[in-house]
Design a protein around this ligand. Sequence first.
Ligand SMILES: [Cu+2]
Length: 157
Amino acid sequence: MRILALALVTLLVACSPAKPVAYSAAGIAVSEPFSRPAPAGGSGAGFFAITNNNTGPDVLVAVESPVSAMVQLHESSVKGGIMRMEELKEGVPIKAGETITFEPGARHVMFIRLGQALKAGDRIPATLVFRNAGRVPVELVVQGRPAGAGGMEQHGH
Ligand SMILES: [Cu+2]
């Protein structure tokens, strides 16, 4: 019975990748942080939605993580049929009450020179640093398969 119960729990965890995971601190809510598989030495990407529940504006100034040598905030865009990435050096402003998203093909967190491979099911610790709200620790869940050609790994740094 106990073994069955354990198996059931494992099954439930394995079968619920879409279950919303949310973190909040100091009036900032971060929902469903996730990443994609990527090789050690390469670049990985991070995605989530951030809601500013405070009465004043804020700025996401940086993301820190032990998984890579460098972490940057990036914006992808397509210009003349070519996908480009630009570093958001001034950070990302968030108005009071606003929700902004980081998602594939758009704004994202870039983990540059990974010290370890990111594999499906891994949890990556990261800390979002806000100008006013301070530090909000989260865990990104690595989901799915490597993006391959046309995906995030294609971006050079
Ligand atoms: Cu990037």
